[in-house]
Design a protein around this ligand. Structure first.
Ligand code: AQP
Length: 333
C-alpha cells in the first residue's frame, strides 16, 4: 500500500523474444490491474544477466519488451513502465535483503536447480540470489499483488517469507504481497515437449510460439505440436499435448474445455491444431501492429524509460531510506 492506494508490481526479463507463455501467464493480464491499483511494470534487465547475454541483443530486447508492454495495452499514463537497471534502489535493497535470506531457502528454489543444470558452466552467485533481487523489486514498492505465471509462485512465496522475517525485526517495514496467478494460462507448455514449460530461452524453435511470430509461422508451429496417438480432442490425464493446445485455445477464445470438446467432436487433431493456430494469430495481430509502430519510435521509448524511471525511483527511494534508517545506516543529506 502507498497511502490509500493498493499496489501491483510485475516484471519480465528481456532474456529472449517473448512467448505466448509470457503473454498468457503474465503480460496480457497486467492491464486488468491498471484501474484498481497503482501499477509498476518493470523490464528486469538485471535478472536477465544471471545467464550470459549478448550485449547488443539485451539492449535491443529491452526496447522491445517495453514496446510490447505498451502494445499489450499498458498505458504509460496509467502505469509506471520502466527498466530495472535505471532504478539503482533495486540492487541496493537486494544487498540488504541478501542478509535476511537463508542459504537453505535459496537452495530449495526449483528455478535455480533447473537453470543451474541447464547452464552448468555458469552457476554464478547471481543465479542463486535471483529470488532476492526479485523480492527487492516487489518490496520496494510496498506491493500488494504480483501477477505472475505459476513458475514464479515459489519466488513470490520466498519474498513473503523475507518480508515477514524483516518485519519481525523491524515492524511495519514492508507490505507482504500476494501472488495473483491466472486460472487459465498459468503454465503454457512447450509444443515440442508438453511436459515442460514453454520458455523463451528454449533452443528448440518449434517448442515456442513467440508473440511476434507471423501468421504462417504460428500455424506451422501448432501443426507440428507434439500430441498423442489418440484422435479425440478431449481434456484428460496423459494427454499433455492436447491439454496444452486446449488451454491455449481456451485462453484466446474464452471457451471452456467442454465447449471445445463439443466444437471438435468428430473432427481430428489436424483441424483442431489449425484452429488453435488461427485464433492465436488473430489475437496477436493487433498487438504486433501496435508493437511495430511503437518500436519505430526509439526516442519515444527512451522518453518513456526516463519518465518511468523517475516515477519508480521516487517510490523506491522512500522504501529504501526507511529500510536504511531502521537498520542503523547513517543518513546524510
Ligand atoms: N510458459 C509459461 N506459461 C505461463 N506463464 C509464463 N511465464 C513465463 N513462462 C510462462 C510468466 O511470464 C512472466 C515473465 O517471465 P520471466 O521473463 O520473468 O522469466 P521466466 O518465468 O523464467 O520465463 P521464461 O520464458 O521461462 O524465461 P527464461 O527462458 O529466460 O527463463 C512471469 O510471470 C512468468 O511466470
Amino acid at each position: 500500500m502507498l497511502g490509500e492506494q493498493k499496489i501491483c508490481f510485475s516484471g519480465v526479463q528481456p532474456s529472449g523474444n517473448l512467448t505466448i507463455g509470457n503473454y498468457l501467464g503474465a503480460i496480457r493480464n497486467f492491464s486488468t490491474f491498471s484501474e484498481a491499483y497503482k501499477c509498476f511494470y518493470c523490464v528486469v534487465d538485471e535478472h536477465a544477466i544471471t545467464v550470459r547475454q549478448t550485449p547488443a541483443d539485451l539492449r535491443r530486447r529491452t526496447y522491445e519488451t517495453l514496446a510490447l508492454y505498451m502494445a499489450c495495452g499498458l498505458d504509460p499514463e496509467k502505469n509506471t513502465l520502466y527498466v530495472q537497471s535505471h532504478v539503482p534502489a533495486h540492487a541496493e535493497l537486494s544487498w540488504i535483503l541478501n542478509c535476511y535470506t537463508m542459504f537453505g531457502e535459496l537452495s530449495r528454489m526449483t528455478q535455480f536447480k533447473d537453470k543451474s543444470s541447464k547452464h552448468a558452466d555458469n552457476v554464478n552467485a547471481g543465479l542463486f540470489t535471483y529470488p532476492v533481487l526479485m523480492a527487492s523489486d516487489i518490496l520496494l514498492y510496498q506491493t500488494d499483488v504480483v501477477p505472475v505465471g505459476i513458475d514464479q509462485k515459489q519466488h513470490v512465496e520466498l519474498c513473503r517469507n523475507i518480508a515477514e522475517r524483516f518485519n519481525q525485526v523491524f515492524p511495519d517495514t514492508f507490505t507482504v504481497p500476494e501472488p495473483i496467478i491466472p486460472q487459465n494460462g498459468k503454465k503454457i507448455m512447450s509444443l515440442a515437449d508438453p511436459t515442460k514449460k514453454m520458455s523463451k530461452s528454449d533452443e528448440n524453435q518449434n517448442a515456442i510460439v513467440y508473440i511476434l511470430d507471423d501468421r504462417d509461422t504460428i500455424i506451422r508451429k501448432f501443426r507440428r505440436a507434439v500430441t498423442d496417438s489418440d484422435t479425440v480432442v478431449r481434456f484428460a490425464e496423459g494427454k499433455d499435448g492436447i491439454n496444452n493446445l486446449m488451454t491455449i485455445y481456451s485462453c484466446f477464445t474464452g471457451k471452456d474445455m467442454e465447449e471445445i470438446e463439443r466444437e471438435f467432436a468428430g473432427r481430428g487433431y489436424g483441424d483442431f491444431k489449425l484452429a488453435v493456430g488461427e485464433v492465436t494469430a488473430d489475437a496477436l495481430a493487433p498487438v504486433q501492429a501496435r508493437y511495430r509502430e511503437l518500436l519505430a519510435d526509439k526516442a519515444g521509448l527512451e522518453a518513456q524509460m526516463k519518465k518511468g524511471a523517475e516515477e519508480a525511483a521516487y517510490y523506491a527511494r522512500k522504501t529504501l531510506s526507511k529500510v536504511q534508517k531502521k537498520l542503523g545506516f547513517v543518513q546524510i543529506r
